[in-house]
Design a protein around this ligand. Structure first.
Ligand SMILES: Cc1cc2nc3c(=O)[nH]c(=O)nc-3n(C[C@H](O)[C@H](O)[C@H](O)COP(=O)(O)OP(=O)(O)OC[C@H]3O[C@@H](n4cnc5c(N)ncnc54)[C@H](O)[C@@H]3O)c2cc1C
Length: 458
């Protein structure tokens, strides 16, 4: 079988990539290993993720399906000063912020909607699992596929997109991409399910809307979420260091039920009775980064190359926006441009890395300096951080903003530790990763950072 673009994985990044390409008259073939609808984690969208859906013309369908409308994220910390709200907002032509809404989705139905729409608009869907990439003179030219109904297929393509999510198909295929590094939030575990009957806010203002995302923070790397996915059911999950989970010696179900009651009083108050309506799922070690995730004949999109930390719901946003931003580069490659270059997608790759580094530096500041971070969100950099929460991290004319640059100073990412983007190798390994060659022992980094945090708090 031959196609212009082979897409491995029919989740949001794969379906979105197909939607962008078929609009341009490109033939796509999506290979999806699982039978849809299937459970998937990742239900809360940023403002920019919602905007991509509007661009696809899906707003009316999202409303018809009554997906909960999200107006912002409420964070509950240790005390009242640690509580804050970030609204979902867009930027108009003059650069002024305006109120925007986005959605919370039950992923089984949402992913099916995206995949069905991709097929309706021209994608060829193959039910099967991509096994090996086909390589010709160092260029990826398609894949071997184990069909769901038995037998092996060979799908030849001009361009192959790895949209396989945490399976990181190409990075695990050996030698096509650069190595996969564990990220700064490795050694954590997420345990989650869905409950019926949670108490929701009843207020009239945007910060009291019943369908906002709620984050409950107990201490560093120990937090929970509550995300409404329909009028009755709420997605709930707890994230903790893996060692803490193992130390409890509880089943994943018992662990989740107890943590939902003990982690934060504001969470317990909303769950007077816990009726689980979904299995309890676990994802450990979700934080990683693949180096050189684009190259001759291939691009990795979304989780297939990098996932930092789930706390502020950037996964779908990244998946959808990367598919959007990769489209011009893909069209140019399909027209035959840049094929002799070592990496025909080098500019796009750097563009993505810079955007994700903005996210990572914001997330690291939240974890390392929660108090300074809440001051910045409340007051000092309210508008600039509203942009990041909305997913506007690829807007390089505005990013890194002064807020992100201050965070970088606070984190000690300056001077030799700066994200230089010139040194080839260094930028693509997360500075927080224990595999980063420049990483200082934690005690040294922390002591440097504490001295600097006074400057930012002032
Ligand atoms: C604990 C946790 C909470 C999260 N919460 C949020 C949230 O609230 N909001 C948010 O936006 N994001 C969240 N995320 C992230 C979100 O789940 C992902 O970023 C998002 O699903 C990425 O989309 P994707 O299309 O790249 O990958 P996926 O959605 O994982 O889709 C990949 C698809 O590829 C298929 N596949 C894999 N291998 C193969 C193969 N070899 N052949 C064929 N098919 C294959 C899979 O079956 C799957 O359908 C969370 C993540 C975690 C870990």
């Amino acid at each position: 079988m031959k196609t212009d673009v082979l897409i491995v994985g029919g989740g949001p990044s794969g379906a979105a990539a197909s939607l962008f390409l078929t609009t341009q008259g490109i033939r796509t073939t999506i290979v999806e290993a699982e039978r849809f609808p299937r459970y998937h984690i990742g239900e809360s969208m940023t403002g920019m993720a919602g905007q991509v859906l509007r661009d696809f013309g899906l707003e009316a369908e999202m409303m018809r399906r009554q997906y909960p409308v999200k107006y912002g994220v409420n964070v509950y910390g240790h005390s009242k000063t640690g509580n804050w709200f970030v609204p979902v907002q867009g930027r108009d032509q003059e650069g002024k912020l305006f109120d925007l809404e986005t959605w919370q989705v039950r992923r089984s139905g949402f992913d099916q909607l995206m995949l069905d729409t991709a097929v309706d608009r021209g994608a060829n869907l193959v039910h099967g699992k991509a096994t090996f990439p086909i390589l010709q003179d160092g260029t990826v030219k398609g894949a071997k596929v184990q069909a769901r109904d038995g037998g092996e297929l060979t799908i030849e393509s001009e361009l192959t997109l790895d949209c396989s999510g945490q399976a990181t198909w190409l990075a695990n295929s050996g030698g096509v991409t650069g190595p996969k590094y564990l990220g700064a939030y490795d050694k954590q575990i997420a345990i989650f399910s869905q409950v019926r009957g949670a108490i929701r806010e009843q207020g009239a203002t945007r910060d009291q809307c019943k369908d906002n995302t709620l984050i409950f923070y107990q201490q560093k790397y120990h937090w929970a979420w509550s995300i409404p996915i329909d009028s009755e059911v709420v997605s709930v999950g707890v994230v903790v260091p893996s060692a803490y989970f193992q130390g409890k010696k509880e089943s994943k179900r018992d662990f989740l039920l107890r943590e939902l009651q003990e982690l934060h009083p504001e969470l317990a108050r909303r769950l007077p009775v816990i009726e689980l309506v979904e299995d309890v799922h676990v994802i450990p070690n979700y934080s990683y980064q693949v180096k050189n995730f684009c190259g001759k004949g291939f691009i990795c999109l979304g989780d297939a190359h990098r996932f930092v930390d789930p706390i502020f719901s950037f996964g779908l946003s990244t998946a959808l926006r990367e598919a959007q931003f990769a489209t011009p580069a893909m069209l140019s490659y399909l027209e035959g441009k840049g094929r002799d270059e070592a990496n025909p997608f080098a500019a796009y790759q750097l563009f993505c890395e810079k955007g994700l580094d903005v996210l990572e530096d914001m997330l690291d500041t939240f974890w390392e300096h929660p108090f300074a971070f809440s001051v910045c969100v409340h007051d000092r950099y309210r508008e600039l951080l509203t942009d990041v929460f909305a997913g506007r991290v690829y807007e390089h004319e505005n990013q890194p903003s002064v807020a992100i640059n201050d965070f970088r100073r606070l984190l000690g990412r300056e001077g030799e530790r700066e994200r230089s983007y010139l040194s080839g190798d260094l930028y693509s390994i997360p500075i927080g990763s224990r595999y980063h060659p420049e990483r200082a022992p934690l005690w040294e980094l922390n002591s440097r950072v504490e001295t600097q945090s006074a400057a930012v708090n002032a």
